[in-house]
Design a protein around this ligand. Sequence first.
Ligand SMILES: [Zn+2]
Ligand SMILES: [Zn+2]
Length: 807
Amino acid sequence: MEIRRQIEVSGIVQGVGFRPYVYRLAIGRQLSGTIRNTPAGVTIEIQGAAETVQDFVEHLPAEAPPLARITNLSIHDVPCTRDGDFRIVHSLEQEEVRTLISPDVAICPDCLCELFDPNDRRYGYPFINCTNCGPRFTIIRDIPYDRPSTSMARFPMCPTCLAEYENPLDRRFHAQPNACWECGPRVELWDKSGQRIECRDPIAEAVSQLHAGLVVAVKGLGGFHLAADATNAAAVALLRQRKRRVEKPFAVMVPDLRAAEEICELDGPARIVLQSMQRPIVLLKKVLLKKVQLGTKASSMVPDEVAPFNRYLGVFLPYTPLHNLLLAKGRFKALVMTSGNLSEEPIAIDNDEAVTRLSGLADYFLVHNRDILLRCDDSVVRVASGVTRQLRRSRGFVPVPVLLKDDQPSVLAVGGELKNTICLTKGKHAFLSQHIGDLENVESYAFFNEAVGHLKRILEIHPEIIAYDLHPDYFSSKWALQQSGAKLIGVQHHHAHIASCMAENHLEGRVIGFALDGTGYGTDGHIWGGEVLTAGYETFERAAHFEYVPMPGGEAAIREPWRMAVSYLAHHFGREFLGLSIPFVRQLDTAKTELLVRMIEHKVNSPLTSSCGRLFDGVAALIGIRRTVNYEAQAAIELEMTISMSEDETAYPLELLPDGDGWIIGTRPLFEALLDDLGRNLPVAVISRRFHNGLVEGFVQLATLLRKKTALHSVCLSGGTFHNVYLSQRLEARLLGAGFEVFTQKEVPSGDGGLSLGQAAVAAANFTCRIRNSYPQDCQAGPCVRLDTHIDRLIGVTRRRTASADP
Ligand SMILES: [Zn+2]
Ligand SMILES: [Zn+2]
């Protein structure tokens, strides 16, 4: 008996080869019916023998093309018709809106084969792609997503390409960026003045410049990279010097897994992520470290200059055909591929813009004439214990939405100041933007504006609410406060971190939240950063926090961790600390220290902070790891890197001092124990481990107290400090051991890159809740008070110019 079913499919199902896939699936089973694009996705009608139709329905999601992402399938019985065959029905153009847009995707295995096949008509063609791979997000000007709305509009297809494009059985059916040598974009090599260099093979010419130790700017998918031979220490040093990037690690692109394995430790999950179609930068443990531990002579193909003082290396595989050709032609073992920018600016995307901005950095430019319409940096992930965690969610992942538990009102959340992302919500979807970066220069502001406008347009979202950080000095907050036509809701920084973790994990109700990071504006006007909250989406209570200490010199204390070490010592021991017989004190500059101690004593330019990041800084400086930093969180990262991999379970004690309804986490006993160990000349590796252990034990103790008091047993961990693998893993394990349910962030960064999601969740909850008019409920320093009264207090403190967000 024949039946007919209507199947509505929503998700990313347009422009990803979904209709030809369904066509083949139906034809293969001799089923009849239709498929057409709809505003929500695609609608299929399928008719045939009941068993065969059932078989079709079961296979439909299972074998979908790699770029498709099905978020919902709804199936109804409909009356049979006399179709006779299966047809792709062309829909009205305007109907093809409001569907999800695919991210940019790495070259697929089929295209890669053709690229290196001398008999293929696209042999060596740097822009080969198909419906399963290639650029999407970064070439879209507008919706609907078809060729005239992309930067491929200027390349009319040749008859052969057009035939592929129109054939439902071809891998390139409706592949909008389809192109070939005949009709598509071309590569050129330019010198640093933007003059085209006459040559037969621009890629081969770029290769020889790289072999000569020079820096070549290479146009990629979401922007330019600066490339240098990673095995050539002098070339890497040259790039560092020109990019004014002293010690911050560079990422390296390697040709394949085997090359990755020669420089890094690779397990199964890491292999999968490296080869995934998103091709993020994966932070992997350097192989070099193993050899050092075994006592053999340290040696690695990749010199130390690439990622100094770091156990990890950022590694990724080539993701465009151009990258593949470059690595293959040069037989490179590894290329440094770092964002094409000066330290804190956004990545360059336009050819002329690149020459203007990067001519002091690069010797040559490998450019092409397919415009990048939206910049999008590489994503960065870490794979630890088989779990992939986003550190920077950008190319390959954006604009795939994060799925929310329930429908939300439409919110635009504008994020924080550093590692900025924005978030737009619609229904159950939260669209996080690509990494916008640190909003501290004109170029970044422009990028921020561009990203907001572009995302609103291509996602067709008109937000009812704009959510922003309470910090009055953040660019994003100032921007939000100038907008009209939407309700404005300011969200406390650490509440947003916990809400981000809750939203990602589809949690409801209230949780215990550990929000640990460097800087966030508190509702009391101080700088928060070591915060334990009890929180839901609507409200939070500050259940505990690290005791306040002064940051002498404000912003300078972030760049110079030795100031924080002095601050902690002076705070806990007064001037007596100057008599301590430890290297840190002996090496202090007497005059500078005196000045600093006086600043602290007289409360001059010394804002108070409960920051966890500053505690790491202070400890790192005190035990001799580093006194000043060259990039954000460098001291904290290096403190983690020194941890001894012993079984030492010793933990420095913290004290929990009752304070009103909650607790203050006192650090005096921790510093006393640490100074004892320093006095006994224990290695920094041991001290670092005991410090980390101390934090974990203190937090577990605190969580247990809070469970007793509140009956909450779910714990959320968020904030930039949780990029620290040792701390995260140990705390999670200990909390699980103590019977807590523990939730962490994976799909969304736990650092400030994930802030916008939490802001959106908090704002949506407060918008829906009609009981209260203002948020936060106990705000003393938020927008309910005049902003300028707080600017003086915090001026400059959070504007970290040492920070730069690209790896
Ligand atoms: Zn392909
Ligand atoms: Zn062609």
